[in-house]
Write a protein that binds this ligand. Structure first.
Ligand code: NAD
Length: 420
């Protein structure tokens, strides 16, 4: 398949092969699971505001739906590749299974820099992408959600386009949509909060008390990074290092996160932020902090960065932030650094997406308190299960997490059997 030559996809496959070996997974199941079920490639033509037509490459990859409908975000990024989307779709399958959600894994992507396009152009792009995908998505089939470069407005356009084409309102086709059309309370904050819930469990495990003396460094100040920062601040921790695409910032006394958020709201990024000193992206990741949260983009923690990490807990808010070489170093350093792998640390988003999907199907909506309580419960349970597996098999945390997920998918595949 075309994704086989992509280095990011090869990384996902290598991880899978390693886990499959560690758990002696049935070869027939392993051969099926190391390839996605289906990949859809489309070119999306859009009339720009200046009257010209531009064409964008777009993808949807559906990895596995044995346990339930495919589920995964849509990413708008100028460098997104089919291989990256395929890798992310595989990680979604494991993530949903680790959380024990009755969902499979998928991912979508459009090669576009959303910051360089008007609202109208993005709306046209989203609507055309959705209409091309109408046969492949649906509340019982494949349910997209926001990811990097997309947000609740994008999901509202997907929902509207899909509903227009079907002839009636179908809110369940997406999650992460605005509350006004059936979105869930707590969905926006869910991934960042979920990251912190797993850090709370990791801290308990390491006998660390989270509070005033705890320093936190976060790369990325978007949805995941900023909500994690708010929650850490609420716990009394000091968020001393933050960053976004404009660079890194340090304030040893701890940032006032709401101030930083207000600044970004006004200025679109942290560029020129004076409540901290400027530092590099790498300085944020290798900061002298107890907890480091990469919450931006992939491949940030390579061999060099991994060797220079000074934290006690590395909570991967982003998807795929660590390279294969970086992972090798982290494995060697696992006595010093507890890694909470992406498929576990950032699973809060898909968990509340699942709550949103369930609420939509039942037309019965829960309170924010109920959502957050259930989220904390599921994140804690998943963390404990991964930790137990880690201890039992004496494997790296990433391997343990994927073992939990792959085991559940494998059991479901065996129960269903091979068609025809
Ligand atoms: P976002 O678009 O809201 O924010 C991304 C942030 O990262 C921005 O602050 C941006 O400036 C920064 N950034 C981008 N490129 C960077 C770079 N090269 N160096 C430093 N900073 C950079 O995206 P998000 O929704 O917060 O997602 C962040 C990560 O979390 C992604 O890897 C995404 O796949 C993952 N994730 C998101 C969710 C979710 O619910 N939003 C769920 C699971 C995983």
């Amino acid at each position: 398949m075309e994704w086989d030559n992509d280095p990011i996809y090869q990384m996902a496959q290598r991880q899978f092969d390693e886990v499959a070996d560690a758990m002696s997974l049935d070869r027939n199941l392993a051969n099926r699971l190391r390839e996605p079920d289906r990949g859809i490639l489309i070119s999306v033509p859009i009339r720009m505001e200046d009257g010209n037509v531009k064409v964008f490459d777009a993808y949807r990859v559906q990895h596995n739906d044995t346990r339930g409908p495919y589920k995964g975000g849509i990413r708008y990024a100028p460098d997104v590749t089919l291989g990256e989307v395929a890798a992310l779709s595989m990680w979604m399958t494991w993530k949903c299974a680790i959380m024990n959600l009755p969902l499979g894994g998928a991912k979508g992507g459009v090669r576009i820099d959303p910051t360089k396009h008007s609202r109208l152009e993005l709306q046209r792009l989203t609507r055309r992408y959705t209409s091309e995908m109408v046969g492949f998505i649906g509340p019982q089939q494949d349910i997209p959600a926001p990811d990097m470069g997309t947000n609740e407005q994008t999901m509202a356009w997907v929902m509207d386009t899909y509903s227009q084409l079907k002839g009636y309102a179908i809110p369940g086709v997406v999650t992460g949509k605005p509350i006004a059309i059936g979105g869930s309370l707590g969905r926006t904050e869910a991934t960042g909060r979920g990251v912190v819930y797993t850090v709370m469990e990791a801290a308990k495990h390491l006998n660390i008390t989270l509070g005033e003396s705890t320093k936190v460094a976060i790369q990325g100040f978007g949805n995941v990074g900023s909500h994690a920062a708010l929650k850490f601040e609420k716990l009394g921790c000091k968020v001393t290092h933050i960053s976004d695409v404009s660079g890194g910032y340090v304030n040893t006394k701890g940032f006032n996160i709401q101030h930083a958020l207000d600044y970004v709201e006004k200025n679109k990024s942290l560029k020129g932020y004076t409540e901290g000193d400027s530092i590099s992206q790498k300085d944020v990741l290798t900061a002298p902090a107890d907890i480091v949260v990469p919450a931006a983009t992939g491949h940030q923690i390579d061999e060099k960065v991994a060797a220079q990490l000074k934290c006690r807990i590395l909570a991967e808010g982003a998807n795929g932030p660590t390279t294969t070489e970086g992972d090798r170093v982290l494995k060697e350093r696992q006595k010093d650094i507890l890694v909470i792998p992406d498929v576990l640390a950032n699973a809060g988003g898909v968990t509340v997406s699942y709550f949103e999907w369930v609420q939509g199907l039942q037309n019965f909506f829960w309170s924010a308190k109920e959502i957050n309580r259930e989220l904390a419960k599921l994140m804690t349970k998943a963390f404990e299960e991964v930790m137990e597996t880690q201890k039992k098999h004496k494997v790296f945390m990433r391997t343990a997490a994927q073992m939990v997920g792959i085991e559940r998918v494998a059991k479901a595949m065996l129960a269903r059997g091979l068609y025809p």
